[in-house]
Ligand binder design. Sequence first.
Ligand SMILES: *[C@@H]1O[C@H](CO)[C@@H](O)[C@H](O)[C@H]1NC(C)=O
Ligand SMILES: *[C@@H]1O[C@H](CO)[C@@H](O)[C@H](O)[C@H]1NC(C)=O
Ligand SMILES: *[C@@H]1O[C@H](CO)[C@@H](O)[C@H](O)[C@H]1NC(C)=O
Ligand SMILES: *[C@@H]1O[C@H](CO)[C@@H](O)[C@H](O)[C@H]1NC(C)=O
Ligand SMILES: *[C@@H]1O[C@H](CO)[C@@H](O)[C@H](O)[C@H]1NC(C)=O
Ligand SMILES: *[C@@H]1O[C@H](CO)[C@@H](O)[C@H](O)[C@H]1NC(C)=O
Ligand SMILES: *[C@@H]1O[C@H](CO)[C@@H](O)[C@H](O)[C@H]1NC(C)=O
Ligand SMILES: *[C@@H]1O[C@H](CO)[C@@H](O)[C@H](O)[C@H]1NC(C)=O
Length: 623
Amino acid sequence: MHPTWLLLHVFVLDLAQGAALSPRIDNGLAKTPPMGWNTYNHYACSPNETIVKSNAKALVDLGLDKLGYRYVTIDCGWTIPDRLANGSLTWNETIFPTGFYAIGQYIHDLGLLFGVYEDAGIQSCQTDIAQAGSLFHEAEDAARFASWKIDALKSPPPSRFANMTEALAAQDKPVLFQICEWGIDFPALWAPALGNTWRIGNDIIPAWRAIWRTVNQAVPQTSFAGPGQWPDLDMLEVGNDLFTTSEEQTHFSLWAILKSPLVIGGALKDERTSISKESLAILSNKDVIDLNQDSLGRSADLRRRWSEEAYDVWSGPLSGGRTVASLVNWADEARELTLNFPDIGIQFAGQVKDIWAGKTTKDVKTSYTSTVQPHGVMLLELKDTVAGGTYSVKNFAKTDGTTYTFDSIYANTTSSNHTITVHFAKTPSEKTNIKLSTEESKDQQTISVPRSHEIVSSTLSLSAGNGNQIQLDSSIPIDSIQIQSPGGSYYPSTSFTLSGSATLEKCSTGFCKPTGSKLSYLNSTNKATATIHASVPQGTSVSKFVEVDYTNNDVAFSTSWGLGSNSRNITVSVNGGTPVRLDVPLSGKHSELFGPGKGWWDTATLGFLVGVEGWGECGRCRE
Ligand SMILES: *[C@@H]1O[C@H](CO)[C@@H](O)[C@H](O)[C@H]1NC(C)=O
Ligand SMILES: *[C@@H]1O[C@H](CO)[C@@H](O)[C@H](O)[C@H]1NC(C)=O
Ligand SMILES: *[C@@H]1O[C@H](CO)[C@@H](O)[C@H](O)[C@H]1NC(C)=O
Ligand SMILES: *[C@@H]1O[C@H](CO)[C@@H](O)[C@H](O)[C@H]1NC(C)=O
Ligand SMILES: *[C@@H]1O[C@H](CO)[C@@H](O)[C@H](O)[C@H]1NC(C)=O
Ligand SMILES: *[C@@H]1O[C@H](CO)[C@@H](O)[C@H](O)[C@H]1NC(C)=O
Ligand SMILES: *[C@@H]1O[C@H](CO)[C@@H](O)[C@H](O)[C@H]1NC(C)=O
Ligand SMILES: *[C@@H]1O[C@H](CO)[C@@H](O)[C@H](O)[C@H]1NC(C)=O
């Protein structure tokens, strides 16, 4: 009997989306994500000269400038309601008595860079008192900023960024342009042409749940990051006494590997506050900063989400063939957690650096396990890696010359239809047989090897997980084996039977491919059910890998200060078994304002393990 594993493409991935845009701004700046300090997270819209100067000086005194934190940005609250008689924008003289020329000079004399925030609308928002904005004044304001010798401009909506981009380009010195549109109109699609960074969503709030909400919004944007164009996850809360040390490490690690600008939002030093040594150590971690500033400039992606188990696996490529991986423990308890390398496309690493643990391990097979603190992170840099599915004798097997015992064999899913390919070290000169047996799945077979064949393949049975063992008896020396997951079966949304008020909806041409439709209004009473062949012996239960193509454009904008999470739960239950939950992030890559519906037709895919109870010859799968 060959049980297949289940592959449920409820909606289908739209591969047309996701490429970085061209043209993009080419001002020579931000080849790596910008780093610095900003007044807003700690001082809100009440900056003043004393705090700007003392924090700028602290960047130097604490050695943060040497690590790359160089932009000192005065956020909202610095200007006044009226322009000068000659039309020029100016600062509030009560809170900035020496003025912006002098502050700019002070910051530059420290070897740092000067940034200001200015609204692109008629007036700045979020200030208690009205403040002048740049609308209709882009050219003169850009010239005025240039006279203060600013290095960066952070600017929120409306839709006239292009005029400011042009006005800034007309100045002698290139200016870092940070677009702050709170992710309303999916800026990843247009912002790279106009600015160096764009905010992906609403403000970070002073609460741990903001991290989950933010990374769920980052998921559909990761492919847009690159030199000169960076998705901005908002300023850091590290150092504001809001989070535990583990939470601050998680926050900082995720911002770093998602290639967000790293802008410190804590008080480093003022009349009342100085940053704690724990938070300073986090902001100063050179290894983490190096991940952010890596020359390859590629963002990590969400690779696997274990919703019931409350952890995420993120990973991405680094320069020099290295890989970054991170496992985030969303649970409130410390736990021993395992990151399976095949989930990030790797089978073996010559070196694993566990960054926060300060520990390096050589020759790591298939997985890495460590204790992860509540809301903490395992952050790994992997070097000298071997692609997933390849097991060399050297790295994985014990042998006496004829019996080879391979351990740490990983399987995606429980199935007897995995493919094993044996690569011999020497071409057999005559027809021969090798014997194969597996520990866990009790597979036993004889594979015949034709004369002069350097490789031979067969199907074999493996259980989901990293604990499989394969034994081969062979008189021909073996070099390596290769294991391939079984191909899945695809179930389009049109093949489901609906109950209650669940509906099958049509999408516009080119979306929800290839069926052009999606299942909607699902909940625990309104279900979509499909019949799938998966012969599992009666009375047994196995773990099957199920991939779901989903759409989610439930953007938490107005709910950002509440419980908005940018996520939605999908549950799958097989044969009436325990439902398994997958808490999916956003998939929408279109604005709801400018492309009605489209965000709800953009799909993404995530896979998870579902328990299948043996129930005769076929299973019933619900979503
Ligand atoms: C096993 O996999 C092969 C190739 O992936 C496929 O053609 C075949 O139908 C599968 N067999 C079963 C029983 O699932
Ligand atoms: C500047 O702001 C800080 C922090 O809010 C405050 O303690 C201080 O009094 C202010 N100084 C001036 C000169 O306004
Ligand atoms: C300047 O800032 C102070 C302190 O916030 C405020 O009281 C004052 O009204 C501001 N001045 C102007 C002209 O807005
Ligand atoms: C407007 O006046 C201010 C203050 O005298 C001056 O610094 C600024 O350069 C003037 N702006 C223009 C456009 O001349
Ligand atoms: C730039 O400003 C001009 C003049 O105010 C206006 O006509 C034009 O539409 C603006 N362009 C953009 C892209 O906002
Ligand atoms: C798991 O299965 C899917 C579907 O075949 C495949 O794309 C993916 O590479 C597999 N992962 C591993 C680690 O084998
Ligand atoms: C499912 O959705 C229907 C509306 O379509 C609603 O009446 C019902 O209460 C929902 N059930 C659950 C369990 O959420
Ligand atoms: C998803 O389910 C979990 C567990 O029941 C719950 O805590 C979470 O709030 C749900 N998420 C959403 C977006 O409903």
